[in-house]
Design a protein around this ligand. Structure first.
Ligand code: ADP
Length: 625
């Protein structure tokens, strides 16, 4: 029988797995049990509306069988099963190859254990088995099939006989070597230990035939007790979903383990949220706020949503409606007996009960984030560094509808210290006479702090928020004000500050300004005598509401639109260099023109803008030197 080859990507992952030494080999069991449980979820869900399934909630279970003699570990479920197509598609290729991509992108980080971190599902069986058979019959199908593979060299699919619907995964456990020990996976105690450790919360019984030697009944206390070996079918897991257990009874490790298993996450959650609500809708929820952005977070592969259960039956894998867009990083489950089980998914989506839950969850998440910010600043900052951008998008989106809800979760770098500040902390530090909340935009805090136009504000002892992400300015524009104080760019003409420099009479400088303007033509929209420059000769400010950072942002997004911020060249009329140029006008216009060119280019450089002719500029400077 012809062997089919694995899809190349799968083959590589398989090789990787078979040939690497994994400390976490044991997780194969968790992966296979999760698959069994998922398959049962699917049939269980069908059974709610389809009598033909002929099984009720109590009938579903996973069996584990051990056959030491033949070195076989068998995992059997009565879930939905697979047909030939499913086998080819699901087991011939890796369903979510995200883990492989991650590994590729992080090739250097060989110590990153992708198996432990992501789980690679079914394929992990090959870490402990040299041959795997999957005998399966799909619900509603007539024929059964068996999929067999000894690893990287491919697989076969044959028709087979099986009466009942479901799947039997048969692992032939590898022989022990000097370095690797596999036989433990054929030991009862080890398997039950692993089920307890990784799969305790699975909501269907995981059963195993356990044999033990014990004294025959009635003979325990006799002179000569008679011992016998009995086999009893035992349920290994407690089946209580973790979210149904009181928080005080669950360890942090258990919450983390669940998070990693269920959501393929590998970070330590920044916050675990449990909530139990009784009211219009009664529900329990277990939510996680990640501390690291999932590698696919900004791709379309990332699915927002919470798992929705109704009395322990999974009815929706990813219920998007339960989370607002700005909290799309949250992972978790919601379980409520109030959602009727056989409700169709379309109806559910319009369900106002769902809205009620979504609203209370949003408040809960917001409050938990606020309390994290207050009580564990370091963790919050870590979180904010990863997801702050998402919160800012939340403020900008939907015409600013969520801004009041989110504004207190924001943080910015500022001139105050190298730590991030919240807006309310900024306000607390504001001196009485300060009118506005100042902000400046640039590449990073360091380059912003050197912008000439920050000088008058800083000289006053006023603090400046540093906008270093492209979304920052939009965020502040959307907010417009915070607790009654307006935001004001340091580029603005009206900074609400008395200028330190005595204002030069306009007729004194107007000729010089016109001269520079003529030299520069439409490279600038304006040349003005600066009210804000103190020690620096020039600066370039943006007028008309679009800043240079916005210009860069838009041009990166839509280069063809040619968005341009209006460039306003500000001259410090009291600066020696500017005065020198002024004196040249009318006497040596050629030289004065060169001064104007240099001022212009300097202003561009300071603002972090590209200069049009760098070598021409360099020549000019050298010439005047
Ligand atoms: P994942 O579970 O992350 O999708 P796996 O490699 O573990 O990835 O499994 C691939 C797919 O194979 C599953 O999504 C499921 O459709 C199918 N599958 C695996 N095990 C079973 C099973 N016991 N019963 C039915 N389908 C299964």
């Amino acid at each position: 029988m012809a062997k089919k080859q694995f899809k190349s990507e799968s083959k590589r992952l398989l090789d990787l797995m078979i040939n690497s030494i994994y400390t976490h080999k044991e997780i194969f069991l968790r992966e296979l049990i999760s698959n069994a449980s998922d398959a049962i979820d699917k049939l269980c869900f069908l059974s709610l509306t389809d009598d033909k399934v002929g099984l009720s909630r109590e009938d579903f279970r996973v069996f584990i069988k051990l056959d030491k003699e033949n070195r076989e570990l068998i995992i059997e479920d009565n879930g939905i099963g697979m047909d030939k197509d499913d086998l080819d598609k699901n087991l011939g290729t890796i369903a979510s190859s995200g883990s492989y991509r991650f590994k590729q992108e992080n090739e250097k980080a060989d110590d990153i254990d992708i198996i432990g971190q992501f789980g690679v599902g079914f394929y992990s069986a090959f870490m402990v088995a040299d041959k795997v058979d999957v005998l399966t019959k799909k619900y509603g199908a007539d024929s059964a099939y068996v999929w067999s593979s000894s690893g990287a060299d491919g697989y076969t699919i044959r028709e087979a006989d099986k009466d009942s619907v479901g799947t039997v995964v048969r692992l032939h456990i590898k022989e022990d070597t000097d370095n690797e020990h596999y036989s433990e996976f054929l030991e009862q105690y080890r398997i039950s230990e692993l089920v307890k450790k990784y799969s305790d919360y699975i909501r269907y019984p995981i059963m195993m035939d356990m044999s033990r030697t014990k004294a025959k009944e009635g003979t325990e206390d006799s002179e000569k007790p008679e011992y016998e070996t009995v086999t009893e079918r035992e349920t290994l897991n407690s089946m209580v979903p973790i979210w149904q257990r009181p928080r005080k009874d669950v360890t942090d490790e258990e919450y983390e383990e669940f998070y990693h298993n269920k959501f393929m996450a590998f970070d330590k959650p920044a916050k675990v949220i449990t909530t139990s609500v009784e009211g219009v809708v009664t529900y329990k929820a277990l939510l996680y706020i990640p501390s690291k952005t999932p590698f696919d977070y900004y791709t379309k592969d990332y699915k927002k949503g919470l798992q929705l259960y109704s009395s322990g039956v999974l009815i929706m894998e990813n219920c998007e409606e339960l989370l607002p867009e700005h909290f799309r990083f949250v992972k978790g489950v919601v379980d409520s007996q109030d959602f009727s089980l056989n409700i169709s998914r379309e109806v559910l989506q319009r369900d106002h009960q769902l809205k009620t839950v979504a609203n209370t969850l949003e408040k809960k998440i917001k409050n938990e984030l606020s309390s994290l910010l207050k009580k564990d600043r370091e963790t919050y900052e870590g979180f904010f560094n990863e997801f702050g951008r998402q919160l800012k998008y939340g403020i900008v989106s939907d015409y600013g509808m969520h801004k009041d809800n989110l504004k207190d979760l924001l943080m910015f770098p500022s001139s105050n210290s190298d730590k991030l500040t919240t807006l309310s902390e900024y306000l607390d530090r504001m001196p009485e006479e300060q009118k506005y909340i100042y902000f400046a935009t640039g590449e990073n805090a360091d380059s912003i702090s050197k912008l000439p136009q920050t000088e008058p504000v800083l000289n006053k002892g006023f603090e400046i928020l540093y906008c270093v992400q492209d979304i920052d300015e939009f965020t502040l524009q959307t907010l417009a004000e915070y607790n009654g104080k307006q935001f004001r760019s340091v580029d603005s003409d009206d900074l609400g500050i008395e200028p330190e420099t005595p204002e030069e009479a306009p007729e004194d400088s107007s000729d010089a300004l016109k001269f520079v303007r003529d030299v520069l033509g439409d490279r600038v929209s304006e040349v003005i005598a600066s009210k804000k420059l103190v020690s620096h000769p020039v600066c370039m400010t943006a007028k008309g509401g679009i800043s240079f950072e916005m210009e860069k942002y838009f041009n990166a997004m839509q280069p063809e639109a040619g968005m341009k911020a209006q460039r306003c060249l500000e001259l410090n009329m009291n600066h020696k260099a500017v005065k020198a140029m002024k004196d040249l006008i009318g006497k040596d216009d050629e030289k004065a023109k060169k001064y104007a060119e240099i001022f212009y280019n300097q202003a561009l450089l300071i603002a972090g803008l590209p200069i049009e002719d760098p070598s021409g500029y360099a020549d000019l400077v050298c010439e005047l030197m």
